[in-house]
Design a protein around this ligand. Structure first.
Ligand SMILES: [Fe+2]
Length: 257
C-alpha cells in the first residue's frame, strides 16, 4: 500500500515529537503492509516554525533509520497545504509544495466552513498545471451536510482523499457517516492514514479503513484507493477514475454552498 498523507516527521507540526516515535510509526505502517509513505507536514508549520531544507534533512534521517532496520519502506516528501486565498502564490514561491515533484498537491479545507474562494483557488491551481487533491473532505462541516459541494469539485477534476480512521469509525460516527456517503457517491479516490502518532486513533494503519471501504465499494475499488491510484499519482500519471454518481446542478461560477 501507499500512504499519501502522513504527519510522520518529528517536531515539525502536530505529528510526533521525537525521531524514535517517527521510527515507531514507520514500523507500524510497514507491518500493516505500507511500502511508501508521503510525509506531509502542514505548510504553515514548515514555513513559520521550520524550513523546507530542515524537513528534507529530517526525511533523510528517517529514511536512514528505516534502512538500518532493513525495512523495505520509503518516505518521500509532500506537504499538506491549507486552502488560502494566496495558495497559488505560495506554490509559486515554493512555500506550498506538491507531492514529490509531481503535479498533484494536497489541499486541506477548513473544518468549520466552506470558503467562498475555494473554487477560485482550486481553479487557479488547475490552470497553473496542478491537480489538487482535497484531503479528508468528510471533516468539513458544509460537506457533511451537502456532498454536492464535493461533487462540484470532483466534476471539475479535483481528486479527494478520505482518512482510513474516518471510514473505519475510529474517528467518530459523524466522519464515518460522511465518508460512507462520499464513497457511495463515487466521490473518493484515495484512502490515506493522516497519521500523527504511534498510539491511539491516529496511527499509520490503513487496513481497517480499506476493509470498511470495501464493504461500501467492493474489494477491488477499495484496494485501488491505496494501491493503483496513489501509485499513478506518485508516477505523475493520470489515474483511472470512476465518475461520480451524483452531479452538481449548479454551475461552479455561481455556486454557493
Ligand atoms: Fe493531515
Amino acid at each position: 500500500m501507499l500512504d499519501l498523507h502522513s504527519h510522520i516527521l518529528p517536531d515539525v507540526d502536530d505529528g510526533p515529537s521525537t525521531m524514535e516515535e517517527s521510527v515507531e510509526m514507520a514500523l507500524i505502517a510497514y507491518e500493516d503492509g505500507t511500502r511508501t509513505i508521503v510525509a506531509t507536514p502542514h505548510n504553515r508549520d514548515v514555513n513559520e516554525r521550520s524550513s523546507i531544507s530542515a524537513v528534507i534533512s529530517l526525511l533523510y534521517q528517517l529514511n536512514q533509520e528505516i534502512q538500518a532496520r532493513s525495512m523495505s519502506l520509503k518516505i518521500i516528501l509532500g506537504m499538506e497545504n491549507h486552502l488560502e486565498m494566496d495558495t497559488p502564490e505560495q506554490v509559486a514561491q515554493g512555500k506550498a509544495l506538491p507531492i514529490d515533484g509531481t503535479h498533484y498537491i494536497l489541499i486541506e479545507l477548513p473544518f468549520e466552513f466552506y470558503p467562498f474562494y475555494a473554487e477560485e483557488v482550486l481553479f487557479k491551481l488547475q490552470i497553473s498545471g496542478l491537480r489538487p487533491i482535497v484531503v479528508h473532505p468528510e471533516r468539513n462541516l458544509a460537506i457533511q451536510g451537502n456532498s454536492e459541494i464535493l461533487a462540484n469539485l470532483v466534476n471539475r477534476g479535483v481528486l479527494t482523499q478520505i482518512t482510513a480512521g474516518s471510514i473505519s469509525g475510529a474517528l467518530g460516527k459523524d466522519y464515518q457517516k460522511t465518508a460512507k456517503e462520499l464513497l457511495q457517491q463515487n466521490l473518493v479516490h484515495i484512502i490515506a492514514s493522516d497519521c500523527h502518532t504511534s498510539r491511539g486513533v491516529r496511527t499509520p494503519i490503513l487496513s481497517p479503513g480499506v476493509t470498511a471501504a470495501a464493504k461500501v465499494v467492493g474489494d477491488e475499488a477499495a484496494r485501488k484507493m491505496v494501491e493503483d491510484i496513489p501509485q499513478a499519482i506518485l508516477q505523475d500519471k493520470m489515474p483511472d477514475l470512476d465518475l461520480p454518481s451524483i452531479t452538481s446542478k449548479r454551475k461552479w461560477w455561481n455556486f454557493r454552498p
